[in-house]
Design a protein around this ligand. Structure first.
Ligand code: GDP
Length: 478
C-alpha cells in the first residue's frame, strides 16, 4: 500500500518536481525515491487532479489458501489442546502415560495406543487433546516457528522437590504464550510431599492458588497411583469451557505439524493437529515446503480414519518430503498451484537464509523506539545467583519510560541455554548474563536466530548500557 514519489509522478504524468512541491505544500519533505503511504499519495493525487485506486495483487498463497474469517454461526466447540510442562523427573511422562492408559477403553477401535505425538481422551464425554511430547522445549520450538497450538499448560511440580529452574522456565514460556497454567503438584504419594511449601513458592512467580485468593488452579496428584488425576482432568475441562474454544469443521483443514519423520517403507510420515476445518483422506495438503495427497490417515489408537475435525491429531502419509515440526498445513483444492507455492516458499527460504535478519539488538534499539516500532523492551536475565537476578530485574524494569516499557520476561540462575535463546527469539527479547556464559548449544542457536546476548560482570554496567541504548547514546561497537 505504498508507492515511491517518482512512480506516483510518472503514473500521474506529472514531473517529479511538481509532486515534490505538492508534497511540501502538505508538509511532507520527500525525495523522488522516497516511499509514501497510500493515504498521502491519495491526497496529493487528488490535489493534482488525479484519482488513485489501490492495486490488488493476488498472490498464489491467497489464491490457494482459503483464510476467510469464520462466522459465529459456523463455529462449534472444540477440544482444548494441552501441553504438560515442568522440571525434569517431576513426572510429566508418567502423568501423560497415566491419563492415556486410564482413558483408552480396551474395546476402543485399535485398542493399542500408538505414540503419534498427541492423543485425545474423553472426560465425562468431553474430549481433551494432549501433546505427547512433554516439556517446554518442543512447545517453544513450535512457537518459534510461529505455531500457536496449545490452549492450556499443565505445570507439573514434584511435591518433595518444589520449584526448580525448568519449572520457572516453563512458567515464563507459558506466560509468554499467554495461555492459562494449571498446576499439578505431583508425587503426593510420597511421605515427604509438602504441597503447602510449593503453593508458597508459586506465589513468587505470580501463581496464587484459589484458596489464597488467587486464580491459579492447583491440583495435588500422584501420577503413580492416579490419585487426584480425575480432579485435574475435570479442572482442565472447566478451564477449557471458560476459554470457549471453537472452530468450524465445515471448511478446508488447517493446522500444525506436530512431528514428522522419514519412514523407510512409507516415506514421510507426519502427525498433524487439525486446528480448523476437517481433514479428509485424499485431500491435497501443503505443509511448509512439503506437498501431497493424504494417502493413509491413522488416529492415536491406531484406528484408520477417513476424516479428522478440529483438535484431532492424525498421522498421515503421502507428503513429498518431511515437513518441520511447527509448520502450518493447509488443505487446498489445486495441486498444480500448491506445487508452485511450494517452489516459491523454497525460493523465499533460500533468499531469507542469505539476507541479514533484523531482530532486537541493543544497537538499533533507539531507532526502533523512534520509529514507534518498539513499545516493550523484553529482556531475559541469567545470573550466577538468585540475588543478582532479582536485583537486575528490579533495576532494569525501573528504566521504563513513556516510550518503552522494559520487561524482564524470564530470569533464572545458571548458564544461558538453548531454551533461553528460543524464548528470546519468539519474544523478541535480548539476553543479559551476569557472571554466566552461554553454553555451546545456546551460542550456536543465538547466532542462527540473531539473538543479542550481552555478558556483564557488574550490574551497573548493564543498567548503564541499556539506558544509553534507550537514549540512542550507545557507544558504537567496533
Ligand atoms: P519427567 O522427566 O518429568 O517426564 O518425569 P517421569 O515421568 O519420567 O518421572 C520421573 C520419575 O519419577 C520416574 O521414576 C517416575 O516413576 C517417578 N514418578 C513420577 N510420578 C510419580 C508419582 O506420582 N509418585 C512417585 N512416587 N513417583 C513418581
Amino acid at each position: 500500500d505504498e508507492i515511491s514519489v517518482g512512480e506516483l509522478a510518472s503514473r500521474m504524468k506529472k514531473t517529479g518536481a511538481e509532486v515534490v512541491k505538492c508534497l511540501m505544500k502538505n508538509g511532507v519533505m520527500a525525495s523522488l525515491s522516497q516511499i509514501i503511504d497510500f493515504d498521502t499519495a491519495a491526497i496529493i493525487a487528488e490535489e493534482m487532479g488525479c484519482k488513485v485506486e489501490k492495486e490488488v495483487v493476488v498472490t498464489i498463497e491467497e489464491k490457494l489458501i482459503d483464510d476467510h474469517k469464520d462466522e459465529d454461526k459456523d463455529l462449534v466447540p472444540r477440544a482444548p489442546v494441552v501441553v504438560v510442562m515442568g522440571h525434569v523427573d517431576h513426572g510429566k511422562t508418567s502423568l501423560l502415560d497415566y491419563i492415556r492408559n486410564a482413558h483408552v477403553a480396551s474395546g476402543e477401535a485399535g485398542g493399542i495406543t500408538q505414540h503419534i505425538g498427541a492423543y485425545q481422551v474423553q472426560i465425562n464425554g468431553k474430549p481433551i487433546t494432549f501433546l505427547d511430547t512433554p516439556g517446554h522445549e518442543a512447545f517453544t520450538s513450535m512457537r518459534a516457528r510461529g505455531a500457536m497450538v496449545t490452549d492450556i499448560a499443565i505445570l507439573v511440580v514434584a511435591a518433595e522437590d518444589g520449584i526448580m529452574p525448568q519449572t520457572v522456565e516453563s512458567i515464563n514460556h507459558a506466560k509468554a504464550a499467554g495461555i492459562p497454567i494449571i498446576v499439578a503438584i505431583n508425587k503426593m504419594d510420597k511421605p515427604e510431599a509438602n504441597p503447602e511449601r510449593i503453593k508458597q513458592q508459586l506465589t513468587e512467580y505470580g501463581l496464587v492458588c484459589e484458596e489464597w485468593g488467587g486464580d491459579t488452579i492447583v491440583c495435588p496428584i500422584s501420577a503413580k497411583t492416579g490419585m487426584g488425576v480425575d480432579n485435574l482432568l475435570e479442572m482442565l475441562t472447566l478451564t477449557a469451557e471458560v476459554g470457549e474454544l471453537k472452530a468450524n469443521p465445515n471448511r478446508a483443514a488447517q493446522g500444525t505439524v506436530i512431528e514428522a519423520r522419514l519412514d523407510k517403507g512409507r516415506g514421510p510420515v507426519a502427525t498433524l493437529l487439525v486446528q480448523n476445518g476437517t481433514l479428509k483422506q485424499g485431500d491435497i495438503i501443503i505443509a511448509g515446503t512439503a506437498v501431497g495427497r493424504v494417502r493413509a490417515m491413522v488416529g492415536d489408537k491406531g484406528q484408520k480414519l477417513t476424516s479428522a475435525g478440529p483438535s484431532v491429531p492424525v498421522e498421515i502419509t503421502g507428503l513429498s518430503e518431511t515437513p518441520s515440526a511447527g509448520a502450518t498445513f493447509n488443505a487446498v483444492a489445486d495441486e498444480k498451484l500448491a506445487r508452485e507455492l511450494v517452489e516459491q516458499r523454497k525460493e523465499e527460504a533460500r533468499a531469507k537464509a542469505n539476507a541479514p535478519v533484523t531482530k532486537v539488538s541493543l544497537e538499533d534499539l533507539f531507532s526502533q523506539i523512534q520509529a514507534g516500532e518498539m513499545k516493550n523492551l523484553n529482556i531475559i536475565v541469567k545470573a550466577d545467583v538468585q540475588g543478582s537476578v532479582e536485583a537486575v530485574k528490579a533495576s532494569l524494569e525501573k528504566l521504563s519510560n513513556d516510550e518503552v516499557r522494559v520487561r524482564v520476561i524470564h530470569g533464572g540462575v545458571g548458564a544461558i541455554n538453548e531454551s533461553d535463546v528460543m524464548l528470546a527469539s519468539t519474544s523478541q527479547a535480548i539476553i543479559v548474563g551476569f557472571n554466566v556464559r552461554p553454553d555451546n548449544a545456546a551460542r550456536d542457536s543465538a547466532a542462527r536466530a540473531h539473538v543479542d546476548m550481552r555478558m556483564y560482570r557488574v550490574i551497573y554496567d548493564a543498567i548503564n548500557e541499556i539506558e544509553s541504548a534507550m537514549k540512542g547514546m550507545l557507544a558504537p561497537k567496533f
